[in-house]
Structures are given as structure tokens and as C-alpha cells.
Design a protein around this ligand. Structure first.
Ligand SMILES: Cc1cc2nc3c(=O)[nH]c(=O)nc-3n(C[C@H](O)[C@H](O)[C@H](O)COP(=O)(O)OP(=O)(O)OC[C@H]3O[C@@H](n4cnc5c(N)ncnc54)[C@H](O)[C@@H]3O)c2cc1C
Length: 485
């Protein structure tokens, strides 16, 4: 019998984890191949520090090929483009078509798989908002190079403020349906810290513009936190932080377009306004990476495998229902495609059943609703769990039954508020589960014993240590698997 082929699409947090654990659990029984368009892995959470000139791009990137060589994993620098889950040209194995993005740029090839893990992460959908993004008039920190560009612009406006000019800096979400509010939150506080460090805070108007209806929503419908024994809504914590740092906030906003030095937005009441800016870092909404999919007759079936926003369908309940009827069991447990049982999607690539925060529409019918975040910890856990289940199937013939539902999983989030030996600080939040489960925890949807928050320097140092630990793990250094996801 041919060796079993496991193909992993994407070498980010979830794909890299899935590939490394598949090889660790199964060794020579399997060929593991990772297909990913970039030669380097990016530890994305630390892009925030690149974006304020406190780290360089090289500190958050690592070259994948030597890591995969060491692990006996094949690496193809390419982007997947098409999927043939029922095989192609007589092959009974699934097939992925891909296009080289490395030395043979543009060359098209195919690979057969027995198991496929789709971990292609987000497509940064700057096009959703005219003028948004580095090709338009605003900046981003989503990739290391975007963050470097943001850092250079920030340094320039700081210089101008040092010369006595007043400057307006806008940070936040570039569309009403963005996710990753936590990242924008971190960036605005890091910018605040840098302005203070440079002695120019009094020359800056710092504005946070977000699609959240209230601060502290974070796309998870807010969190009731145990703070030193007191149950405190994340809204209260966030309100007080923004207030203390004198950061102006614009809530429930949908950015309609960005022009040179001006961002136009509408809000939940339907009011239209604009901000004149000298510096704007606005995150894009995310889509998935749609792979054109064909059945064995050659008919296109992409819509059966991917949702309209291009995420891959898995074992979630996609029935459309109102917020009041959402249940914990809507969320996927195994990340298995319902049509093709040897195909899985993890991390940002899987299609969530619905938002977590209450979706809202303004009087003009504009949806202003944070999309569900899939942060690093759950993304990596999903990658590991899928690897364990595939390994079990290969060893015993029965798919493993490990689960990683976001309505069971907890997540630890440390939101940096500034870096540096003396000025480092962070908001550390642990929530369990990520998706509120009101059947299990009727009062707050979460286990209050395991949902807590703290602000201070300790969180900053933990975040800094985690940066080095996760890079160590991604490099597959000795005992990498001991480091938790
Ligand atoms: C600025 C920022 C800060 C963040 N900070 C934090 C934080 O502090 N804590 C936290 O927990 N989370 C944070 N996150 C979220 C975290 O980065 C994500 O949870 C995580 O990266 C998701 O992992 P993933 O594997 O799904 O996607 P990614 O890590 O984005 O990986 C996707 C991979 O797929 C590849 N790919 C894309 N297209 C294709 C294709 N067609 N074929 C093959 N491969 C493809 C990509 O090149 C990439 O290698 C942050 C996100 C951002 C944007």
C-alpha cells in the first residue's frame, strides 16, 4: 500500500501545529506535506510590537524550510487554488491543485491526499472598504511588512509632533464586520505608550474607532470577569482604560471609505461622520481562501464546501436563526467537512455558524457586527486535535473523538498596552468558554471561576515570554511539543 499522504494547506498557527503533530504522532507511516505561499512563518501577535518600532520584522518571522526538513515534512511554497475531493483523472485520492509562489512562480501542479487539513487563515479583505489598507490610504499590522510600514509612518508623525505640530491618529476597525478587535485594542494602547515615551502625547489626538457596540465586547459579546474577587464587565474595565489614557472612542462604527487623510463612517444610529487623520491603522475584515472545488464528474461544487464568505464548512450547525436562539452546540467539535470526511478546516479557515456578539443593523440596513475571533490559542488547539483524530484513524481505522469546540474551550488573551522594561503593561484575560454557553452557565454564559482579568506589568512580561516560547516551539526545538498551545 502507498504511504498515507496528509496535506496541510497553510503554515500559520493552526496549520504549522497540525503538520508538526501529524508527523510526531505518525512518523514514517505518513508523508506530511505543507503547502503555503510564504517562505516564512509569522508569529502574528507580535506584529503589534513591530508596528510601534519595538521589534523588527525579523523578530517575528522564521524560515520554514529548515524546520520542515528537520521534521521530515515536505514543504511546497505555493498557494492552493483548486480542490478535487473525489479525485481527478482516475485517482481515487483527493487532489489539491496549487500554484508555485517561490522559485518557480506561477507554475501549476497537483498533489494527492488521503487527509487534507485546510488551515489557510484569513484573506485580508481590504477591498470591502474603498480606500482601505496599504494600497489605499490607511495602514495595517496584519503582516510583518504591513507592521513595518505602520511603524515608519508612526515614527514620522512622532517627529512632526516633536516639532510642535498637532496630529490626529486613528486606530481601529476598517469595516462594520471586522474581527480581531483585541489586536486593534492592543495597537491603540501601544501607540499611546509610544507617544508618551516620546513626550508628545499632548500633541496627539488619539481616536479608537470600532464596530463594537460597546468597549470590551471584543467580538465575544463582552465578558463578565472576576477581577480581584469582583465580577466586573469587560466594558467597565475597557471604559476606564480608554478614559484614563484619554483616547477618544467611536463605537458601533462601519467605515464606508477612506480617502487621503480622511475616514468616512456611519454608525448604529445611521449618523454619517468623518475623521481627518494624519495616521490611520485600520484592520480589514476577513474572508476565507476559497478553493474552487469539483466533484468527480467535473461539476463545480464550491458552494457546497465553502460558505459565501469563503470559509470552509465543517461540523457546525449553519441553520440561520436569531441571536436569542443561538446555542453552544451550533459550534463545531471536530472541524470535519460534512461531505468529505477526510477533509478538515482549522483556525480562521473554518466557517463559524454565526457571530458570538449580538449582530446589529443600523436604520439604513448596514450590518455592524463584530465577526467571531479565532485567536491563536484555540486555532492551535484545533490544529492539534485534528492531528490527534487523524492519527487515531490511521492507527485504528476509527477517527479519534477529541473535540475542540469554542463553546467548551477556554482562551487566555494577553492584550499588550505598551512594551518596554518600565512602561510595559497588559490586560490579561482568561475566559472559559470562548463562546458563551448559557445552558451550562445560565448567569453569564461563562464559568466565572475560570474567567478573570488583570491589568499590569506582569501580563506584559508573560506576553514577552510567550513570544519567545512560541517562536521556540515553531522552530521545533527540543521538546517543542511540551509547550502548550
Ligand atoms: C495584528 C494581529 C494581532 C493578533 N494578536 C493576537 C494575540 O495577541 N493573541 C492571539 O491569540 N491571537 C492574536 N491574533 C490572531 C492570530 O494571529 C490568529 O488566531 C492566528 O494567526 C490564526 O491562525 P491560522 O492558522 O488560522 O491563520 P494564519 O496564522 O494567518 O495562517 C494562515 C496560513 O495560510 C497560508 N495561506 C493563505 N492562503 C493560502 C492558500 N491559498 N494555500 C495555502 N496556504 C495559504 C498563509 O500564508 C499562512 O501561512 C492576532 C491577529 C492579528 C491580525
Amino acid at each position: 500500500m502507498d504511504t498515507i499522504n496528509i496535506v496541510v494547506l497553510g503554515a500559520g498557527v493552526s496549520g504549522h501545529t497540525a503538520a508538526m503533530f501529524c508527523k510526531r504522532y505518525l512518523g514514517e507511516r505518513v508523508n506530511v506535506t505543507v503547502i503555503s505561499p510564504e517562505a516564512q512563518y509569522n508569529w502574528i501577535p507580535s506584529n503589534i510590537w513591530v508596528g510601534v518600532n519595538r521589534m523588527e520584522a525579523k523578530d517575528v518571522l522564521l524560515t520554514l524550510a529548515p524546520v520542515y526538513d528537520k521534521q521530515n515534512i515536505s514543504f511546497i511554497q505555493a498557494k492552493a487554488t483548486e480542490l478535487y475531493p473525489e479525485g481527478k483523472n482516475g485517482s481515487i485520492r483527493g487532489v489539491v491543485a496549487y500554484e508555485d509562489t517561490g522559485n518557480n512562480e506561477g507554475r501549476k501542479s497537483e498533489i494527492e491526499y488521503d487527509f487534507l487539513v485546510n488551515a489557510t487563515g484569513p484573506k485580508l479583505n481590504f477591498q470591502a472598504t474603498p480606500g482601505l489598507g496599504p494600497d489605499g490610504f490607511s495602514l495595517s499590522v496584519c503582516t510583518a511588512s504591513h507592521a513595518t510600514e505602520a511603524a515608519n509612518h508612526l515614527a514620522k508623525v512622532i517627529d512632526e509632533m516633536k516639532q510642535g505640530h498637532i496630529r490626529t491618529l486613528a486606530v481601529g476597525m476598517g469595516h462594520g464586520t471586522c474581527t480581531c478587535e483585541g489586536a486593534a485594542f492592543e495597537y491603540v494602547f501601544n501607540v499611546d505608550t509610544e507617544l508618551r515615551r516620546a513626550g508628545v502625547r499632548d500633541k496627539a489626538e488619539l481616536i479608537y474607532i470600532t464596530n463594537e457596540a460597546e468597549l470590551g465586547d471584543f467580538g465575544v459579546d463582552g465578558i463578565q470577569l472576576d477581577v480581584s474577587g469582583f465580577i466586573t464587565p469587560s466594558k467597565l474595565m475597557a471604559d476606564s482604560l480608554f478614559d484614563e489614557k484619554k483616547i477618544k472612542t467611536i463605537l458601533g462604527a462601519h467605515v464606508e471609505r477612506v480617502e487621503e487623510g480622511k475616514v468616512f463612517y456611519t454608525d448604529l444610529e445611521g449618523k454619517k461622520s468623518s475623521i481627518d487623520f494624519d495616521f490611520a491603522m485600520l484592520l480589514p475584515p476577513f474572508k476565507g481562501h476559497r478553493l474552487t472545488t469539483y466533484n468527480k464528474s467535473g461539476e463545480e461544487i464550491t458552494d457546497k464546501v465553502f460558505t459565501p464568505n469563503d470559509f470552509m464548512r465543517v461540523d457546525a450547525d449553519y441553520t440561520v436563526k436569531p441571536y436569542e436562539d443561538w446555542k453552544a452546540k451550533d459550534w463545531p467539535r471536530h472541524y470535519q467537512n460534512p461531505l468529505y470526511k477526510n477533509v478538515f478546516a482549522v483556525g480562521i479557515a473554518f466557517a463559524p455558524p454565526h457571530q458570538i456578539s449580538k449582530p446589529r443593523m443600523n436604520p439604513d440596513g448596514v450590518l455592524i457586527a463584530p465577526a467571531p475571533p479565532r485567536t491563536g490559542m484555540p486555532s492551535a488547539v484545533m490544529g492539534k486535535v485534528v492531528a490527534e483524530n487523524i492519527a487515531q484513524q490511521i492507527k485504528t481505522g476509527i477517527l479519534g473523538n477529541k473535540t475542540a469546540s469554542m463553546s467548551d474551550l477556554g482562551a487566555a488573551c494577553i492584550a499588550s498596552m505598551g512594551t518596554g522594561f518600565k512602561m510595559g503593561s497588559a490586560v490579561s484575560i482568561t475566559m472559559c468558554p470562548i463562546v458563551p454557553n448559557y445552558e451550562k452557565y445560565p448567569e453569564t454564559g461563562r464559568d466565572t471561576k475560570n474567567t478573570f482579568g488583570e491589568i499590569g506589568m506582569a501580563g506584559h512580561w508573560v506576553k514577552k515570554i510567550l513570544h519567545y516560547m512560541f517562536i521556540y516551539k515553531a522552530k521545533a526545538k527540543p521538546f517543542w511539543w511540551i509547550i502548550p498551545e
